[in-house]
Design a protein around this ligand. Structure first.
Ligand code: KG4
Ligand code: ZN
Length: 338
């Protein structure tokens, strides 16, 4: 089954062609990150305007790279939630037009489900059920993936997402936007024990997380040093920060997998690219005798292939949208409309 899939939930416009879910024939991505960098974050209207200028060209080049024409397509897929509403609407509207003019089904895909599906592309043997940790710019979620379209939230952040926290720390250090990767690079030469940063525990659900205290601690450390004219060991601050984020995520995900009795642990989302988090997960999985699945860096961030992959499984589950498909800024992974 050939699917042309679109992703436009934030500042990446993407169009991909997938075959039977797991084979990627084309994966075209246009990142606007540079355009938003001067503002220190994504400007929603600029994102929408850029999506609209490139989406059609991306669709054409995806078909060309895949070596097919639009007549060969069996379905169109699109991210409909969650994300920036104006940005999502560009993809949703374009996908509706494409599906209608070609007379083929339209498959709506939840963005976070797509992030999890990136692992199906990277690991052909991976099948639900498993425990997933999704860490992106807007979400930090521990998910019980019972089936391809059957998910339950086990834990979530009570405040900021892990990626948001990386971006904020990078901003105060003047590393630009998005800040996760520069923070990761800076941390390579630092001492992760140099700064004592908090690892917040929250009351109630042991799998819930909190990052706002850590974010404030980094900002205060930088401001205090600057006010007192003290030297800041920036690589060590980045390394201590990555260690604190990792210490919040890894033990919770491992404990959830133990409690649910899962041997397979999947990590997904932009922050899954982080080298400290990847290394800590590898150690923890080896210690607990669990199998770890983390996508290659190319599939961690937003892309169209992951949407095409998840769309295939949504299609098999009977999911279809009509011309009244809307976009939603927020939507829980386990309460997806379709
Ligand atoms: O999944 P994603 O591409 O978009 C959302 O759905 O949000 O995630 C983007 C987030 C950004 O916050 C970015 O700074 C972060 O992923 N990120 C990283 C790394 N690469 C990207 N965070 C930590 N370390 C990295 N190497
Ligand atoms: Zn994403």
């Amino acid at each position: 089954m050939l699917i042309l899939a679109f992703e436009s939930s934030c500042d990446e416009t993407a169009a991909a062609v997938t075959l039977d879910g797991r084979t990627v024939l084309a994966d075209e991505i246009y990142s606007q990150a540079d355009m938003h960098a001067i503002y220190g974050g994504v400007v929603p209207e600029i994102a929408s305007r850029n999506h609209i200028t490139v989406i059609s060209k991306l669709a054409d080049s995806a078909l060309k790279k895949a070596g097919i024409t639009k007549k060969d397509l069996d379905a169109i897929a699109v991210t409909y939630a969650p994300g920036l509403i104006g940005a999502l609407l560009v993809g949703v509207n374009f996908a509706k037009g494409a599906a209608q003019s070609l007379g083929i089904p339209l498959i709506p895909v939840h963005h976070i489900r797509g992030h999890i599906a990136a692992n199906y592309i990277a690991y052909p043997e991976l099948k639900p059920p498993f425990l997933a940790l999704v860490i992106s710019g807007g979400h930090s979620l521990i998910v019980d993936v019972r089936g391809y379209t059957d998910m339950r939230i086990v834990g979530t952040t009570r405040d900021d997402a892990a990626g948001e926290c990386f971006d904020k720390a990078a901003r105060v250090l003047g590393l630009g936007y998005p800040g996760g990767r520069p923070m990761d690079i800076l941390a390579q030469t630092g001492d992760d024990t140099f700064y004592n940063l908090p690892r917040a525990k929250v009351d109630g659900n042991p799998y819930d997380m909190s990052f706002s205290g850590l974010k404030t601690a980094v900002v205060n450390t930088v401001h205090n040093a600057r006010q007192k004219g003290e030297a800041l060991d920036e690589p060590s601050l980045a390394a201590s920060f990555a260690a604190a984020v990792s210490d919040t995520l890894v033990p919770r995900a491992m404990a959830a997998a133990r409690e649910l009795g899962y041997d397979n642990i999947v990590v997904a989302g932009g922050v899954a690219a982080n080298s400290r988090i990847r290394a800590d997960f590898e150690k923890a999985a080896a210690r607990d005798g669990k199998k770890l699945f983390v996508p290659p860096l190319s599939l961690c961030g937003d892309n169209g292939a992951m949407i095409g992959c998840q769309a295939y499984y949504e299609y098999l589950a009977g999911v279809r949208a009509g011309s009244d498909l809307n976009a939603y800024a927020t939507m829980e992974i386990d309460k997806a409309l379709y």
